[in-house]
Design a protein around this ligand. Structure first.
Ligand code: NDP
Length: 525
């Protein structure tokens, strides 16, 4: 553990060296659950990134010109290969992330397989050119076409190193783009495994490329001539990345941090709410952007709810993530343990009570006990800042209104959860909570729904990663307008005359004031 922390620190030094232009040529990957060195990957230089983007641009021409049905059929070959080789992928995910086998299977591999299946079936409909009837210029016919943007850059984090990048890579390539992916420095091997499977499935090598490296490799990708960037990561890096995109006028999608509140109403099914808090708080050891990060429990049920959450948490089995009967594995990024300890110390100093857990587990490996703290309040950082670790902080509230007010008192707004025995009441509360997605009587599940938009408001980012619009966002909408009737003269063109001015003035009134009779007549056609 100590050795690994030192080696990780060396990684940071390598990042600084890379920034200084004295780039380390390889980055190392360690198993967070054991500390073992797993392998290494290239530290891709800016010149190499530019060359990748140039190759992607060439490959995109042919790929984007294929009929969409053909692109979908080919991407399904990649899905089939992933499923065929799922044991290999799951094994690497378990080793490189220290996440439990179940989660590698369900939250990474299965989510990717399902996303491809959905978009391969529906992309031809979603991206079909559509006629747009013009409400005024009846003499013209307008069509909107969805044209691939070109080369899409994807920069992704370490917590879901298979599902998150492939979600964006695969929607981009189905839409007809080529992609260069910069994965997190902490999990380069799983990204290279995805690339190996892509190539082995016979898909065009330059349509999907992987540039492993540190932050400067990601910065180089933004500067290498891409047409769109999808960034998933923390708020502070996201701010820098969005600024870099802004300078170059590159459109971007930002999927940033979360601080998901879970509201437990007095009428909630307490067993389901407690299990939801435990699963939502400790899945992937809390390293999920939509983890349950703070709980507001109604005073009427607070004590019973907390007791049940503590009982269920004590039953969790933490340890070797390669065993199917383990619930919690390791902390992927060592600094997350220090962040968890800082939040915990602040909460305890301000009066919170640690009801279970609260300590890092002795090595080997980076593990932190699943921790429940009660008696929390909004002065504690654990209730206001992203934890990204296995801590569930709980606060007692007097009413649902207080819960909604506190839930909304945040700079983040990715996911939120409401538990109520009355679905209508739950839905009404959900409408008042400020977040990109709100689930009633459930947690986390929207990350596995490719049909619906996924993303945040406030500083959780902008743009959406799933849903039909995400596929369209991988394209430039192109408007083509064609005349319906041939005329040599257009009354809107030159020459301007007193007569035409008077005519248009009457037209303005007829169309936009009074009874709107003319407008209603036009609407008939
Ligand atoms: P970071 O923001 O630290 O890094 C994200 C990616 O950006 C990494 O690949 C990183 O490379 C790269 N990067 C770092 N500096 C730059 C730069 N200057 N220019 C371009 N790229 C750069 O996030 P983490 O990897 O620590 O991931 C955790 C965060 O991700 C959490 O805040 C979490 O909430 C958020 N997240 C959001 C999700 C969402 O869908 N909204 C989903 C999952 C996570 P390197 O690793 O080499 O530094």
């Amino acid at each position: 553990m100590g050795q690994m922390a030192t080696d990780r620190a060396t990684g940071s030094a390598a990042q600084r060296a890379a920034t200084d232009g004295q780039a380390a040529t390889r980055i190392k990957s360690y198993a967070p659950a054991t500390g073992d060195l797993l392998g290494d990957a290239p530290n891709t230089t800016p010149a190499e990134v530019r060359a990748m983007v140039a190759r992607a641009r060439v490959a995109q021409q042919a790929w984007g010109a294929l009929p969409i049905e053909e692109r979908c059929a080919r991407v399904l070959r990649f899905r089939d290969a992933v499923v065929d080789r799922s044991d290999e992928v799951i094994d690497l995910l378990v080793r490189e992330c220290g996440k439990p086998k179940h989660e590698a299977l369900l939250h990474e591999v299965a989510v990717v397989a399902d996303l491809v299946t959905y978009f391969a079936k529906h992309a031809p409909r979603i991206l079909r050119a559509r006629d747009v009837p013009l409400h005024l210029m009846k003499q013209r016919r307008s069509t909107v076409h969805y044209v691939p943007r070109g080369v899409v850059g994807v920069i992704s984090p370490w917590n879901f190193p298979f599902q998150l990048p492939l979600r964006d890579v695969l929607t981009a390539v189905i839409a007809g783009n080529a992609v260069v992916l910069k994965p997190s420095e902490v999990t380069p091997l799983i990204a290279l495994k995805a690339k190996e499977i892509w190539d082995a499935a016979g898909l065009p090598e330059d349509v999907f490329q992987v540039a492993t490296g540190y932050g400067p490799t990601g910065a180089a990708l933004i500067d290498a001539g891409i047409q769109f960037l999808v960034f998933t990561g923390g708020v502070s890096t996201g701010r820098r990345v969005a600024a870099a995109c802004g300078e170059r006028l590159i459109p971007c999608l930002m999927e940033l941090g979360g601080k998901a509140p879970l509201i437990v109403c007095a009428d909630a099914d307490l067993e389901r709410a407690a299990r939801g808090a435990v699963f939502g708080g400790f899945s992937n050891s809390g390293q999920v952007c939509i983890s349950v990060e703070r709980v507001y429990a109604h005073a009427e049920i607070h004590d019973r709810f907390v007791d049940r959450v503590v009982e269920l948490t004590r039953e969790l089995r933490q340890g070797d993530p390669s065993r199917a009967s383990v619930d919690l594995g390791a902390i992927i990024f060592p600094q997350q343990i220090e962040i968890a300890e800082r939040h915990l110390a602040d909460a305890v100093a301000k009066g919170a009570v640690v009801r279970c857990g609260g300590r890092r587990v002795d090595g080997p490996g980076q593990m932190f006990e699943p921790t429940v703290i009660a008696g929390c309040d909004p002065t504690m950082t654990v209730m206001t800042q992203e934890i990204f670790g296995p801590i569930v902080p709980i606060m007692r509230v007097a009413s649902d209104d207080e819960a909604v007010r506190l839930a909304n008192d945040s700079h983040l707004g990715l996911n939120a959860y409401v538990f109520s025995g009355d679905r209508d009441h739950g839905e009404r509360l959900a409408e008042r909570v400020q977040a990109g997605s709100v689930l009633v009587n459930d947690v986390l599940s929207n990350a596995g729904c490719p049909e619906v938009p996924f993303g945040g408001i406030k500083q959780s980012g902008f743009g959406r990663a799933m849903g039909d619009d995400a596929l369209r966002d991988m394209c430039d909408p192109k408007h083509i307008s064609v005349d319906r009737v041939a005329t040599s003269r257009d009354p809107l063109w030159f020459p301007y005359t007193d007569g035409s001015y008077a005519w248009f003035q009457r037209g303005l009134r007829a169309l936009y004031s009074g009874s709107g009779l003319v407008r209603r007549v036009l609407d008939l056609f």
